[in-house]
Design a protein around this ligand. Structure first.
Ligand SMILES: Cc1ncc(C[n+]2csc(CCOP(=O)(O)OP(=O)(O)O)c2C)c(N)n1
Ligand SMILES: [Mg+2]
Length: 260
């Protein structure tokens, strides 16, 4: 530090702050559209959790799209913590990390943001949560798919392959393990359910039915990614999968302004 010369000019910082304000503003436009039945927009869910969770919440995020939604919509307060498998990128980390966090910090709210793929790999941990009465709030972004891998295939120009998930009813599964479990299919129930889950003591699982075709726009869109997506959709159409292509277009038309 003593070797660093102070730089009084703030132009670089000012430019970056202006850019960040623009990015934040653009991200908010995805929150306003909450989605539809069984196609709840994940951005809206993450932003709602951010608004309602206490300022010292410990969040854990699964590897997959929940990691993206957390990065974009959870604000840091200085007193919150965010745990993920960021360097390793191994799936199914959110639930075990939440168990650890709940044991280490029993006075803090612990919210696990799980993917349906991630949760499927660690359902046994629900028994641990029930057995030790850990007040973990488990939020499942249930898009019925391995969403991040599906997206990676699409931008690489491949029709998505073997990424659909045939899930059990996670709310009933939680109940079978002895935790309250609720399925949320309608966007207008999201706020109320998250608020109740956070205010009641003890663990709970919210199975939120999110949009399987939600894409995440990268901060800088490369032409190769756009070409890849077009190739993927064309291949799907040649395979007769018109409905999937149409659903993808309908779900993502809101991103169009970023391409123009
Ligand atoms: C153990 C392991 N297997 C596979 C992968 C590759 N992978 C990364 S994200 C992902 C999909 C995650 O699906 P889900 O938990 O449902 O989250 P989503 O992306 O749909 O939100 C997969 C298969 C990985 N990172 N780790
Ligand atoms: Mg998923």
């Amino acid at each position: 530090m003593p070797l660093i010369q102070p730089k009084p000019k703030g132009s670089f910082l000012d430019d970056e702050l202006k850019l960040y304000a623009k990015v934040k503003d653009r991200l908010q436009s995805y929150v306003k559209d909450a989605g539809g039945e069984n196609k709840i927009h994940p951005e809206f869910v993450a932003a709602t959790i951010n608004d309602l969770a206490p300022p010292d919440t410990v969040f854990t995020v699964d590897t997959g799209m929940t990691c993206v939604w957390a990065a974009r919509y959870l604000s840091s307060t200085g007193a919150r913590d965010l745990l993920g498998s960021f360097n390793h990128g191994s799936m199914a980390n959110a639930l075990p990390q939440a168990i650890g966090a709940a044991l280490c910090a029993p006075e803090r709210t612990v919210v696990a943001l799980c993917g349906d793929g991630g949760l499927s790999m660690t359902t046994g941990d629900l028994a641990t949560i029930a057995q030790y009465k850990l007040p973990v709030k488990v939020i499942v972004f249930n898009n019925r798919s391995l969403g991040m891998v599906k997206l990676e295939m699409e931008v690489a120009g491949l029709p998505d392959w073997q990424t659909d998930m045939h899930n059990p009813d996670f709310a009933m599964l939680a109940q079978a393990y002895g935790l309250p479990g609720i399925t949320i299919s309608q966007p207008d129930k999201v706020k109320e359910s998250i608020s109740q889950a956070l205010s009641q003591p003890g663990p709970i699982l919210l199975n939120i039915m999110t949009d399987p075709n939600a894409l995440a726009m990268p901060p800088k869109i490369q032409l190769a990614q756009v070409r890849g997506m077009a190739a993927s959709m064309t291949k799907l159409m040649l395979n007769g999968e018109f409905e999937e292509v149409w659903e993808t277009i309908k779900s993502n038309i809101r991103h169009a302004k970023e391409l123009l």
